[in-house]
Design a protein around this ligand. Structure first.
Ligand code: NDP
Ligand code: 8X3
Length: 256
């Protein structure tokens, strides 16, 4: 078992990923930070590199070859990964399914499902080498458990994350590697800006007065999950703002 603790984060350019990088840096963990926007990664590296070693790599998780190349090119000192935070992801098109472009569905599947699988597959050898105490924290969502209008492929992609996490647990049972489906509810990040393709007013409106979760709240959960004693595995953790809960079943009534 390695004593050098390295955390690999996808989608570190914003929201949960960036806050998680800051949380682990504060605890002295070495960091591998990835995302597509290199300038944001470099700014974060600049911010954190006085605290801990930080390696950044521009990476689109949808590109399996690029994922493998980034992993192959990791500096030797950062190869023993102790935590993988599979965070890169997005929702698109909050409209009803019948109004959504197929391309948007494909983008969510390619990112949230195939991207997460690409990164997991590439890093499993290093995680297995670390063994006891290693963690994979997958960002699922309440949308992977509970249906709601406009969730269509997004929620389905997060249901995949949940079941993939559970199934990984079964296969990794003897390895010491833990797997968690961390399922947040409403959290105020750039998530809604992306989902609405840049509609800042819609994003502001969604979060107004809701006392939504903040990126730092989720970063704290990720840190907690990944730093528990090695014999404890959180299989799934669902976290909502106190001011969010479920709604009644939908009923469509014919005019009478
Ligand atoms: P943000 O939009 O703030 O951050 C998303 C991150 O994902 C960005 O760093 C972005 O980086 C990265 N990303 C998106 N597509 C790709 C890609 N193809 N390759 C690599 N990186 C990518 O949203 P959040 O921080 O809120 O979301 C993080 C995760 O949490 C997502 O998986 C989301 O589904 C999940 N989640 C969010 C909730 C919320 O309410 N905010 C609630 C539940 C779950 P870049 O664009 O630079 O590549
Ligand atoms: C994001 C949370 O409530 O928009 O996964 O589905 S929600």
């Amino acid at each position: 078992m390695s004593t050098n603790k390295v955390v690999f984060i996808t989608g570190a350019t914003s929201g949960f990923g960036r806050a998680t990088a800051r949380r682990f840096a504060a605890a002295g963990r070495s960091l591998v930070l990835t995302g597509r926007r290199l300038e944001r990664l470099q700014a974060l590296q600049q911010e954190l590199q006085d605290q801990v070693p930080v390696h950044v790599a521009a990476l689109d998780v949808r590109d399996a070859e690029a994922v493998a190349a980034v992993v192959a090119a990791l500096p030797q000192a950062l190869r023993p990964i102790t935590a993988l935070v599979n965070n890169a992801g997005l929702a698109l098109a909050p409209e009803p399914a019948q109004k959504v472009a197929l391309e948007d569905w494909h983008t969510m599947i390619d990112t949230n499902v195939k991207g997460l699988v690409n990164v997991t597959h590439a890093l499993l050898p290093q995680l297995l080498e670390t063994g006891a105490g290693a963690s994979i924290v997958n960002l699922g969502s309440v949308a992977g458990q509970w249906p709601y209008p406009g969730s269509h492929v997004y929620g389905a992609s997060k249901a995949f994350v949940k079941q993939f996490s559970y199934n990984l647990r079964c296969d990794l049972i003897s390895t010491g590697v833990r797997v968690t489906d961390l399922a947040p509810g409403m959290a105020e990040t750039e998530f809604t800006l992306v989902r609405t393709k840049g509609d800042q007013a819609a994003s502001d409106q969604l979060y107004r007065g809701a006392n939504a979760l903040q990126a730092e709240d989720i970063a704290e959960q990720i840190y907690y999950i990944a730093t528990l004693p090695p014999h404890i595995s959180i299989n799934r953790l669902e976290v909502m703002p106190t001011q969010q809960a479920w709604s009644p079943f939908l009923v469509h009534r014919e005019p009478v």
